[in-house]
Design a protein. Structure first.
Length: 273
């Protein structure tokens, strides 16, 4: 696929997806949606990729839907996603609950880290929330945005935010569509770490590299699957699932390697088998 609205690069086991409409503060379009899903699928299928970083080009992360697209919806009298009939399906097929727009992030086998380099509004905030880890620069504006456009909470944010930051905080953000800043988001647990703008990309990359070198591929994959699967079920099945995984994963070569590396006080050499 010829990429125009996103950039995709792989280096040292990390895939970086950059939203690439800096002249529009990376406002979301149908083309960006199409290319983003395609890039995610490439990262998911690439055995050399261990983690995925999502960020924005220029001064913005993603300021929400492009205003021209919003005007187009009015002119057409309804919603038009502006995407082709057939889209890439990264993360689909793992669990029916994840087979939907943006929910597919939870079906991916690799962690996604958002490096929020600028404002995130509407669908931009949705995208950030579906990442597994969020780093952000200070003083950046965030908003759910939907209420001021006579829209509902978008793409499952009404399910996601209460689980991330609690019902009271989620209701505040969803009912008011107010602007809040990354410092407040960090205080409420929505942002994992605040990083200066000039070191955001480096800090995010170093975190991801540390994760994929110190943690085995199978452990990362299964831990992510457990987290999002367990959101949908009671405690006992989660415990039983974890016990079955312990039994099977202890028979894998990377378990023996992890023990050896721990005892020998050296970095592990993961096989991924």
């Amino acid at each position: 696929m010829e990429l125009k609205a996103v950039q995709y690069a792989v280096d040292e086991g990390l895939a970086t997806i950059t939203l690439n409409r800096p002249h529009r503060m990376n406002a979301w379009t149908g083309r960006m949606h199409t290319e983003y899903r395609w890039a995610l699928l490439q990262a998911e299928q690439d055995v050399e990729v261990r983690a995925i970083i999502v960020t924005g080009a220029g001064r913005g992360f993603c300021v929400g839907a492009d205003t021209q697209a919003l005007q187009g919806h009015v002119a057409r009298g309804g919603y038009d996603p502006g995407t082709p009939d057939t889209l890439a399906e990264p993360g689909y097929g793992r669990l029916p609950a994840f087979d939907a727009n943006f929910a597919y992030h939870f079906g991916l086998s690799k962690p996604v880290i958002a490096a929020i380099n600028g404002s995130a509004a509407g669908i931009g905030l949705v995208l950030a929330c579906y990442a597994d880890i969020r780093f952000a620069v200070p003083g950046v504006k965030l908003t759910t945005a939907h209420g001021k456009l006579n829209l509902p909470a978008e793409f499952g944010l009404s399910w996601l935010l209460p689980r991330m930051i609690g019902l009271a905080r989620a209701n505040d953000l969803l009912f008011t569509s107010r602007v809040f800043f990354t410092e407040e988001a960090h205080a409420m647990g929505l942002i994992n770490r605040i990083v200066d703008a000039d070191t955001l990309q480096l800090a995010t990359r170093q975190y991801a590299l540390q994760m994929i070198t110190s943690v085995s591929p199978a452990s990362l994959r299964e831990s992510k699957r457990q987290v999002y699967t367990d959101l949908h079920r009671d405690l006992a099945p989660a415990v039983l699932d974890s016990e079955a995984l312990v039994s099977s994963m202890m028979r894998e070569p990377d378990y023996a390697e992890g023990v050896a590396a721990f005892l020998e006080k050296r970095p592990p050499h993961w096989t991924g088998q």
